[in-house]
Design a protein around this ligand. Structure first.
Ligand code: ZN
Length: 202
């Protein structure tokens, strides 16, 4: 039986990853198996939202295989740095979390060395890596039932906004007196307020 990732064959999925993500990144391919595993344990009917625990690769697998995108708000990224995702039913918050089972990676040395960055990128055998990913499939993944705190998610979504006194742009009030960008949490070299001043004086 050919390997399937949701409704796609493995090769079709690879092509979709290439066109959406720019290249066939190992993390997005493994992510495909992870989303597929989650769907296998969810009821066939139902509307599911997604949570992703890393910014790395996985959000693209979710966006390719589910109706959830960051933009439509059905995919939320909580960047705690774990290679894991969850799909859950929107109304009740019950769902499935899928993570990479690090203990099982000993059987797949090339995947292990990629995942833990054990050798420099040039030294990676990308052919062997993709073969191992294809062969391992969801066997390197672990799933568990979870329940989401829907109320706290909703509070975040309904954040109220104010005008930041420094940059004069709208930002969530809960962030404090000035916006996070003006507090330096974005790597622009010139503070945006000065940049605006410079532009408007031209
Ligand atoms: Zn500001």
């Amino acid at each position: 039986m050919p390997i399937k990732i949701c409704s796609y064959t493995f090769e079709e999925y690879l092509e979709r990853v290439q066109s959406f993500h720019g290249f066939a990144a190992p993390g997005v391919i493994i992510g495909g198996f992870m989303v597929d595993l989650a769907y296998q344990h969810l009821p066939p009917e139902g509307l599911f939202d997604a949570i992703c625990e890393t910014e790395r690769c996985l959000p693209d697998a979710i966006q390719l295989l589910t109706p959830c995108t960051i933009g439509n708000g059905w995919l939320r990224v909580f960047n705690v740095g774990r290679f894991a995702l969850a799909l859950y039913e929107k109304q009740q918050g019950e769902g499935i979390r899928v993570s990479l089972n690090a203990a099982k990676l000993d059987d797949w040395p090339e995947i292990k060395s990629w995942f833990f960055n054990l050798k420099p990128k040039e030294a990676q055998d990308s052919q062997l890596l993709s073969e191992q990913i294809k062969e391992a499939g969801a066997n390197i993944c672990h799933y568990q039932r979870i329940r989401i705190d829907l109320r706290s998610l909703k509070e975040r979504r309904n954040a109220r906004f104010a005008i930041c006194p420094r940059c004069k742009e709208a930002y969530p009030i809960a962030d404090g007196e000035i916006c996070l960008a003006c507090r330096g949490e974005i790597p622009y070299l010139i503070p945006l307020s000065d940049w605006k001043k410079a532009n408007s004086s031209v």
